[in-house]
Design a protein around this ligand. Structure first.
Ligand code: ADP
Length: 697
């Protein structure tokens, strides 16, 4: 029965756990995605900023170069002699670090004048300027064709210090009055273009470089800050005659997981979410435990309410029934659904009493305090039978201390009443029998006592009569004139009458005695167990009152006994009562409250076969108590009529018991029990086997 339930609980628990696992996994995945997305967002922001910076850089370079061209044009507009050109040209080179060399060339590309940058040793020192003549010519041809500035492809110039420099020539035709008058050729250092023409704020923390289309780096300016994440942006620098790629490189040093505040915030919030989730789970677990405990407590309560034999009924303040337990439903034979929410008159009220009950309920509901002790009432079952109940009511107080109704405990006392009635009747019957038996015992005693004086009277009267007769005979022999003596005649008559009356009194007494004894002659075969069963209600009643436990030991091999049932029951009852009373005596020196040290009060009623022979079989009845036992002086007079040690005792019980048992041919005796107490035992003859049902002895 229990197994499927356990399985159900387990599958429910595992489902709950898998739900939790799913939730946690989802949250973790969500958070992961969130962090990843915010990282991506961050890097895309960095990337686009870098792209933007690269575009700005290109613009910067282009405008720088354009400004330079204007400077070169200005240089040529003045006095047109190489001597006059030299000083302002040198000034230009001082201002523009990116220009390595400035040349004024004739239409045939001969160098008319030139200045070199003051910041370096001559770029062409190692290879000589002539080595580049072909390149310059090509560039200037392009410039002339374009009627504007043109740039050469960049080329590498090894330097005396072992390093080298990537440079680029720019050729600007000089036009005077619409006619070509020569060329200005400027040699730029690519690295210095990056250093000089690019805004400082753009170049900070990034690596700027010129590369060729295939990625070959030509010049580098600045070092990207340290970091493991590289962002690259490339922009084309489209110059007349040459196209360069400006490459911007940035590294992010911060760990990629927390690239910025947003990600950090998201991460922190995720952690907070996880913590809340964890707390929630813990709270849930506690709740589940409490729920489980509550469920157990409820189940226990329900089991208790369902199994208890007392009827339970709750009513609200208007008298409507709000709860009944199964015991109550069973008691009145009405189903719970027919009782709930029922007001007056209740379905279990006997119609003839409904009016009285209604009044009583109204009075009870009007007042707020009820008597704590129960009151008796009569209820009706569905089949119409009435039965007495004991009702105990108490106010129902809810969790916030508000009085919400009444709770009643209802006991069906019909069985109790029946037992009480039975025991009362049985007690009456036994008392009557006891009284009769006592009268019989007294009559028997009287007859025994009176028989002797009567016999004495009778024999004295006979003796006196004999004496008188003898005397009368002697007088007749001596007397001459025989005269009858009237006195002696009268005396003789009186004596005879006395003897007759004494004899008659004796007969009357004997007949009374015989009459009393004749009652004992009613015998029947009875199962020994039946004798015990008959007295058990009475014995139990008294045992409960005196706190005694009654133990019955019946040997099933016992045969039916031949006895006067009522009398033997009386004997058993008497002995049991004596035994129970003997256990009420406190041992000397014992405190009334110190019951823990007292032995348990147990009265044993034992029936077993007694020693038998071929002619007669006997059954032994014993009543064993754990009282004080019987002292020697008491033992001597125990069976004497009217001997008692009790204040209200008659002292006839034991003598009567012995008489009854002896009349049955049995024997009543007592002995000390181990470790303490007394055993009173008596024997009764077993009924002859052939006529089991009833027999006359
Ligand atoms: P009563 O019970 O009226 O006193 P009984 O003849 O039944 O008269 O008993 C006589 C006395 O015998 C009792 O007063 C009591 O002192 C003593 N007696 C009887 N039964 C027991 C017993 N089981 N244990 C100790 N004393 C007993």
């Amino acid at each position: 029965m229990k197994f499927p339930r356990v399985k159900g609980v387990m599958s429910r628990a595992s489902r709950r756990w898998s739900l939790w696992a799913l939730l946690v996994a989802l949250v973790v995945a969500l958070l992961g995605i969130l962090v990843w997305l915010s990282g991506r967002y961050e890097s895309s922001m960095v990337q686009s900023r870098l792209e933007h910076d690269a575009a700005e850089t290109v613009t910067d370079i282009r405008s720088g170069l354009t400004r330079n061209i204007q400077t070169f044009q200005a240089l040529q507009s003045g006095e047109r002699t190489p001597g006059a050109w030299h000083a302002p040209a040198a000034e230009v080179l001082r201002e523009h670090r990116e220009i390595m060399r400035l040349e004024w060339r004739s239409e045939s590309l001969d160098v008319l004048a030139f200045v070199e940058t003051p910041y370096r040793t001559s770029v062409f020192e190692r290879l000589g300027r002539a080595s580049m003549q072909a390149d310059v010519a090509l560039t200037c041809t392009t410039a002339r064709r374009l009627s504007g500035s043109a740039y050469s492809t960049s080329y590498f110039m090894p330097q005396p210090d072992g390093l080298g420099l990537e440079v680029l020539d720019m050729c600007l035709p000089i036009v005077v009055a619409g006619r070509l008058a020569g060329y200005t050729v400027a040699t730029y250092s690519l690295q210095d273009i990056l250093g000089e023409l690019v805004g400082r704020q753009l170049a900070r923390g990034v690596g700027l470089s010129f590369t060729e289309a295939d990625g070959t780096r030509l010049a580098l300016h600045g070092v990207p800050s340290r970091g493991n994440r590289i962002y690259i942006a490339q922009q084309l620098l489209d110059l007349p005659g040459n196209t360069l790629v400006v490459r911007m490189e940035s590294r992010l040093g911060t760990p990629a997981l927390f690239p910025n505040v947003l990600t950090a915030l998201v991460t922190a919030m995720s952690l907070a979410l996880m913590a809340v989730l964890f707390l929630l789970a813990r709270d849930m677990r506690r709740r589940l435990k409490v729920e489980h405990d509550l469920g157990e407590a409820l189940a226990f309560r329900k089991a208790m309410e369902d199994s208890v034999l007392t009827g339970l009924r709750a009513r609200d303040l208007q008298g409507r029934i709000t709860y009944v337990n199964p015991a109550f439903c069973k008691m009145v034979g009405v189903e719970a659904k027919d009782l709930l929410n029922q007001s007056f008159p209740s379905p279990y009220w006997p119609p003839e009493l409904a009016g009285v009950y209604q009044q009583r309920q109204e009075i009870r509901l009007a007042g707020s305090n009820l008597p704590r002790e129960g009151h008796e009432s009569v209820f009706m079952r569905r089949d119409g039978t009435r039965f007495p109940v004991l009702i105990m009511e108490a106010p129902l107080i809810n969790a916030v201390g508000k009085h919400t109704g009444w709770m009643s405990a209802i006991l069906d006392v019909s069985e109790q009443r029946r037992v009480e009635e039975l025991s009362r009747a049985s007690q009456d019957r036994l008392q009557a029998t006891a009284r009769l038996a006592m009268v019989g015992e007294m009559a028997s005693l009287l007859s025994h006592e009176l028989n002797q004086p009567l016999a004495a009277i009778s024999s004295y009267a006979t003796g006196s009569l004999n004496l008188l007769q003898e005397e009368t005979g002697a007088d007749r022999a001596h007397a001459a004139a025989p005269t009858p003596a009237p006195l002696s005649e009268d005396l003789q008559l009186a004596m005879r009458r006395i003897a007759e009356q004494a004899e008659r009194a004796g007969k009357v007494i004997k007949s009374v005695h015989d009459f009393v004894r004749r009652r004992d002659q009613v015998r029947e075969a009875v199962q020994p167990r039946a004798l015990l069963d008959a007295i058990m209600p009475l014995v139990s009643l008294q045992a409960r009152k005196l706190g005694v436990r009654v133990v019955i030991e019946v040997d099933e091999a016992c045969e039916p006994v031949l006895c006067d049932r009522t009398m033997v029951e009386q004997v058993l009852l008497n002995l049991s009562r004596n035994g129970m009373q003997a256990m009420q005596v406190q041992p000397e020196g014992a405190q009334p409250g110190a019951s823990a040290v007292l032995p348990e009060k147990v009265l044993t009623l034992r029936i077993r076969p007694a020693a038998s022979n071929a002619h007669s079989r006997w059954v032994e009845f014993s009543v064993i108590d754990r009282g004080e036992g019987i002292a020697g002086d008491v033992a001597e007079r125990l069976f004497t009529p009217f001997f008692t040690t009790k204040e209200e005792g008659m002292g006839l019980g034991l003598s009567l018991c012995r008489t009854v048992i002896e009349q049955h041919g049995g024997f009543l005796g007592f002995e000390a029990a181990e470790p303490q107490g007394t055993i009173f035992s008596f024997t009764l003859p077993a009924a002859p086997a052939r006529d089991g049902a009833s027999a006359q002895a």
